[in-house]
Design a protein around this ligand. Structure first.
Ligand code: GLC
Length: 561
C-alpha cells in the first residue's frame, strides 16, 4: 500500500494534572502521576499493522520489562487483508479522556483508607439507588484494566484480596448454604462515622433481584488475577496460598462430576451480565466463554503441588473437550445454517448428524437475512432440541480473546460484525444481543419484564461497556479499524449524554429508559478501549493464545472417536 506517511505521536492522554480536585476528594489516595508511555513518530496505517504483526520493527518505550513479555505473547493473526483505515486521530488525546479519568477516580470505594473497587454508578440524579452504589465484581473488571494500564495496580490487588476474604465467609440463602467457591455479585462498604469503622456486606444472589446466581464473578476474579500478574509481573499475589485456594474453590464448583453429557457448564437464567430472566438458562455462550478463559488463566497460575496437580489435569481435559464442543456445535455460519436447515430429525445412535435433534422449523426467520455469506458467530445456547440463535456480544468477544474460537472463526466473527454493522453497532456500540425478543416471545421468555422490553436493556439494548471487548477483539484479529469506527461513535455521545449505562432502540439512538448516568463501566470501558488503541500490547492482559494440541480440524461426526 503506497500512501503518504502521516506523522502520529503516541502519547499518554490521561494526564493526572487535571484531576487535582478528585485527588483532594479522595484524600490523595490512589493517585500517581503518569508521564508519556510511548513515543512513535512517522507512523502510518501500514505501520500500525506492522506494530501489530511485525513487532521488531517498532521500538516502544515500555513501562517495565514485563510489557515485553506481554507483547511477545500477544501474537496476532497474520495473513489478513486489512481494509484501508485511518489511525491519524487514534492517538490524539480526546477531551473526553480526562473527564473519564476524573469520573473513574470519583467512583473509587475505600475500605479502611484503601481503594478496594469502584461503585457501579455515581448517579445522584437517579431516584432509585437499588444496588448501583455497590462494587460489582463484573463491573470492576474494566475499571481494574484501566488502572492496570495506567500503572496503578494497588486498587486491583486490594480488590482481589478483599473479594477473596468475602468468598471465605459462610454464604446462605434462606436455609441453603452456597458452595464454598461462590464469589459475590457485589459488595458494599458501610462506613460508621460515629465508631469510625468500616464493614462490608456482600451479595451472593440473596438480595439481587430475582435471586440470581453470579456464576461469572468467580471467572472474572480468576481472569483479573491473571491480568494483574501479566501487567505487573508480580507473581507473588497469585502464588499466595489464599489465592491458590480461592482459585481451587472456584474451580471445584465447576469441574465437579455430575450428570452432564456435555463439557459446557449448565446454568440458571440471569447468571451473568444479563442478570434477569432473558432465556439465557442452559449453556449460555457468555458463561461458556468466560469459563474457558478462566480455565486457561488458572492453568497459567496454579501451582502443580499436591492440591493443584489434580486440578491441572481436570483443567486440561475440560479445555480440550470444551473447545471441541463449542467449535463444532455452537458455531454458526452460512454453511452450517444451511446444513441445519436441511437436517433430518429423530436420529438415533452415535452416527447422528443432528446430534441435539434441532428441528429446522425452529430456525427463526430473521436469521436467514442476517447471516452473511462471509462471517459467523457462536450462537447463544445449545442443548437438547434447543438452539438459541441469538448473537451475544460478550461471549463472542471473549471467545476471540480466549482463543476458544479458532483464528478462522475469530476472523469470521469480526467479518459478521462488519457485515451487520447497522444491526450490531448502529449508533452506539455495542448491542448486548441481537435481535430483541418481541410480543408473545417477550412475554413467555422474559415473563413480561417491563425493563427488558424490545430493544431495551438486556433485550437488544446497546451497552457502551462492551466497547472495550470489541476493541480488544479487533486488535487481536488485526482489525483495529473496526474499533476505531466504534470509538468514534462513542465519542460523539457518551460524555454529552452523561455516560449512560445503556442505550435503547434498534440502532441504539436513545439513552436507555431506566439507564443510570455516570455508569462506571461505561466510563472505564471507554478508557480501556482508548488505551489499548494507543498501546496494543495492553491486549495481552486479557488475551490468550491457542494451545497447539487443540488445533486439529474438527469434524462433526468425530465426537465418539
Ligand atoms: C445491572 C446489569 C449488571 C450489572 C449491574 C451493575 O444489573 O444487568 O450486568 O453488573 O447492573 O451495573
Amino acid at each position: 500500500m503506497d500512501r503518504p506517511k502521516k506523522k502520529v505521536v503516541l502519547r499518554a492522554v490521561y494526564s493526572m494534572s487535571s484531576l487535582s480536585t478528585s485527588v483532594k476528594e479522595n484524600g490523595g489516595k490512589g493517585m500517581r502521576a503518569v508521564n508519556s508511555l510511548t513515543s512513535i513518530s512517522e507512523l502510518d496505517d501500514s505501520d500500525l499493522l506492522a506494530l501489530l504483526v511485525d513487532r521488531p520493527r517498532v521500538k516502544l518505550e515500555r513501562k517495565n520489562s514485563y510489557d515485553e513479555k506481554l507483547f511477545s505473547e500477544l501474537s496476532l493473526y497474520d495473513g489478513w487483508e486489512t481494509p484501508t483505515f485511518s489511525i491519524s486521530d487514534s492517538f490524539d488525546p480526546h477531551p473526553m479522556v480526562s473527564k473519564a479519568w476524573e469520573a473513574l477516580f470519583r467512583s473509587q470505594v475505600y475500605f479502611r483508607g484503601q481503594p478496594v473497587g469502584t461503585i457501579a454508578a455515581y448517579d445522584h440524579a437517579s431516584e432509585e439507588v437499588l444496588n448501583y452504589d455497590q462494587v460489582f465484581v463484573r463491573d470492576f473488571v474494566p475499571s481494574a484494566l484501566a488502572f492496570l494500564m495506567n500503572g496503578e495496580p494497588d486498587i486491583v490487588k486490594n480488590f482481589l484480596l478483599k473479594t477473596l476474604q468475602i468468598q471465605g465467609h459462610e454464604k446462605k440463602i434462606d436455609r441453603f448454604k452456597l458452595g464454598d467457591g461462590a464469589m459475590p455479585a457485589s459488595f458494599k462498604v458501610l462506613h460508621n462515622p460515629i465508631k469510625k469503622t468500616d464493614s462490608i456486606i456482600a451479595d451472593f444472589g440473596e438480595s439481587a433481584i430475582g435471586r440470581v446466581a453470579p456464576v461469572d464473578s468467580g471467572f472474572w476474579w480468576i481472569i483479573l488475577l491473571r491480568a494483574y500478574t501479566k501487567s505487573t509481573g508480580d507473581h507473588s499475589l497469585a502464588e499466595r496460598p489464599e489465592c491458590q485456594k480461592g482459585m481451587r474453590l472456584i474451580l471445584s464448583l465447576c469441574l465437579s462430576e455430575g450428570f452432564d453429557t456435555f463439557p459446557t457448564l449448565l446454568c440458571a437464567d440471569g447468571c451473568s451480565m444479563i442478570d434477569r430472566r432473558m432465556g439465557v438458562y442452559g449453556y449460555p455462550i457468555e458463561i461458556q466463554a468466560l469459563f474457558f478463559m478462566a480455565l486457561q488463566s488458572a492453568r497459567s497460575m496454579l501451582k502443580e503441588d499436591a492440591e493443584g496437580k489434580e486440578f491441572m489435569d481436570k483443567i486440561q481435559k475440560r479445555l480440550h473437550a470444551m473447545s471441541f464442543h463449542m467449535r463444532s456445535y455452537f458455531w454458526l455460519d452460512f454453511q452450517q445454517l444451511n446444513d441445519i436447515y436441511r437436517y433430518k430429525t429423530e436420529e438415533y445412535s452415535h452416527t447422528a448428524v443432528n446430534k441435539f435433534n434441532v428441528i429446522p422449523d425452529s430456525i427463526p426467520d430473521w436469521l436467514f437475512d442476517f447471516m452473511p455469506l462471509q462471517g459467523g458467530y457462536f450462537v447463544g445456547n445449545v442443548s437438547p432440541a434447543r438452539m438459541d440463535f441469538r448473537w451475544f456480544a460478550l461471549g463472542n468477544c471473549i471467545a476471540i480473546l480466549s482463543s476458544l474460537a479458532t483464528p478462522e472463526q475469530s476472523m469470521a466473527i469480526m467479518d459478521l460484525i462488519e457485515a451487520r454493522w447497522d444491526e450490531l453497532v448502529g449508533e452506539m456500540p455495542l448491542k448486548i444481543c441481537y435481535p430483541a425478543l418481541e410480543s408473545h416471545e417477550w412475554r413467555i421468555v422474559t415473563g413480561c419484564d417491563p425493563k427488558n422490553t424490545r430493544w431495551s436493556y438486556h433485550n437488544g439494548g446497546s451497552w457502551p461497556v462492551l466497547l472495550w471487548l470489541l476493541t480488544a477483539a479487533s486488535i487481536k484479529t488485526g482489525r483495529p479499524q473496526i474499533a476505531r469506527r466504534a470509538i468514534d461513535l462513542a465519542e460523539a455521545r457518551l460524555l454529552k449524554d452523561g455516560w449512560p449505562e445503556y442505550y435503547d432502540g434498534k440502532s441504539g439512538r436513545f439513552i436507555g429508559k431506566q439507564a443510570r448516568k455516570f455508569q462506571t463501566w461505561s466510563i472505564a470501558g471507554y478508557l480501556v478501549a482508548k488505551m489499548m488503541m494507543e498501546d496494543p500490547t495492553h491486549v495481552g492482559m486479557i488475551s490468550m493464545e491457542e494451545e497447539k494440541h487443540m488445533k486439529p480440524v474438527l469434524n462433526r461426526s468425530f465426537s465418539w472417536c
